[in-house]
Every structure is written in C-alpha cells, then in structure tokens.
Design a protein around this ligand. Structure first.
Ligand code: CTP
Ligand code: CA
Length: 226
C-alpha cells in the first residue's frame, strides 16, 4: 500500500521526538538496558517531517537509518537524554517522549571491567534517574509556553486505568498507552494504543503500522496546537 502525500499541517512547527532505549553503564563493557527498538519514535519523526515539521530526533542507542530531513542527536544514558531533550525543547511546539528511559542507573560506573573473582559478585547499587517528562511539564511555562507534551506508556492489566493515573501523575497533554505482554510492541512492525488526553479524551488506535499510529498521534497534537 502506498501512503498518499501528507497534509503539510506541521509546516512552520518545530517538534522534538525522543526514541530508543537508554543504557546505564555498569562498567566499560556492560550496561542496564531495555528492548526498545526505536521504531515507533523513528516513525513519529518521519511522519512529522512528511507533514512539514522541523524535526529533532533524540535517539538513544537506535540502529536504524536516520530518517530523511530529520536532525538526529545521538545519546546513550538517561542523563544524556535528559540534557539533550531539555536543550532541544526550547521554543519547540511539541515534544514527544517515546524513548524508554531507564528508571534507575548504577550509583557508580566503574572504569575497569568487572572480573570474576571466585566469590559472589558485589550487588549493583542503583539510584533513580530524573523523570524527564515530568521535568518538561514542570518547566514548560518558563521554557516553552504553550508547548504540547506527549508521553508514552507500556502497561499491562487495566491499561486505561493505569494510563489515566500515569497521565495525571506526569501532567502531560497526551499519553499514548500501549498494551504490552504476549510479544506485543517491542521490535514489532505493528502497534496499537489508546491515546489519553488531559482533557479526558480517549482515542483508540487499532493495530496497524507504526507510521499510522504516529500520524494519529500528530493529528491529536495538531488539534492542540491550533
Ligand atoms: N520517562 C521519562 N523519564 C524517566 C522515565 C520515564 O521521561 N525517568 C517518560 C517516558 O519516556 C514515557 C513516560 O515517561 O514517555 C512514561 O514512562 P513509564 O516508564 O511508563 O513511566 P514511569 O513514571 O517510569 O512509571 P513506571 O513505574 O510504570 O515505569
Ligand atoms: Ca519507567
């Protein structure tokens, strides 16, 4: 199926998308990470560019080709992702946090490779990473008034109730909630979601290509930009 030419309804807009999954160093060769492929974030960047937006894609450990016409800022850890997103969000019309951010990082990253010593290894002590999305919301009035801020969440069980609670906790405008478990979402070509709005709205996006889901998310962002 060929996609038709997109309406240029993001022309003159600047958007920031984060994608991929952060890696938190344990030693020079090991990290704590997650299974995010970056495909949904890349689809968001590609579709926004097709709709005329000036797109910055903050990419954490993604092995996908750079989307055409998109500025890519590569990062590794959650702290690096936070710094990049906070710098890029200034003056942007929308920020979409589709990256999977590690909730915790090792307190210390040792500079020498950890070796087997014949005894039980030291436990890895963890510290919480900054909540980037909540930070964007908290600093919005000062840094980017009127900016539309979108979060992502992967939930099990009562997806809508969990998503609604998370939306309220984070304070973002839209939360794209994926149902996970049973091989869904990570690394697959298709995705489905319900998009919850701070205004109480809930928009179901049926299973389909990640570009289609991305376009539906931009539709909801465009409504809020007007
Ligand atoms: N997020 C973030 N910074 C973090 C953790 C998450 O910006 N340190 C963002 C993610 O990019 C995503 C949204 O917050 O857009 C929700 O992530 P999620 O992991 O579902 O939320 P958490 O608050 O970490 O809750 P949970 O305990 O369910 O993991
Ligand atoms: Ca989390």
């Amino acid at each position: 199926l060929r996609r038709g030419a997109a309406a240029p309804d993001l022309a003159g807009r600047r958007v920031v998308v984060s994608a991929g999954g952060t890696r938190e160093a344990i030693d020079p060769v090991r990290f704590l990470g997650n299974h995010s492929s970056g495909k949904q974030g890349y689809a968001l960047a590609r579709t926004a560019a097709a709709r005329g937006a000036d797109v910055t894609l903050v990419a954490a450990n993604v092995s996908l080709p750079d989307p055409a016409g998109v500025r890519v800022v590569p990062v590794g850890s959650a702290v690096e992702l936070a710094e990049a997103v906070e710098a890029e969000r200034r003056g942007a019309d929308a920020v979409v946090m589709s990256a999977a951010v590690a909730d915790f990082r090792p307190v210390r990253s040792v500079s020498s490779k950890i070796k087997k010593s014949g005894t039980a290894p030291e436990p890895i002590a963890l510290v919480e990473n900054p909540d980037i999305l909540a930070g964007l919301v908290a600093s919005r009035d000062a840094e980017a008034p009127g900016q539309t801020i979108v979060g992502f969440a992967a939930e099990t069980d009562d997806v809508v109730a969990n998503g609604r609670a998370k939306l309220e906790r984070k304070g973002c405008d839209l939360l794209v909630v994926n149902q996970v478990g049973g091989g869904r979402a990570f690394g697959t070509e298709d995705n489905q979601a319900v998009v919850l709005g701070a205004d109480g709205s809930a928009t179901d996006i049926p299973t389909g290509p990640k570009d289609d889901l991305a376009d539906r998310v931009w539709d909801l962002v465009v409504e809020r930009l007007a």
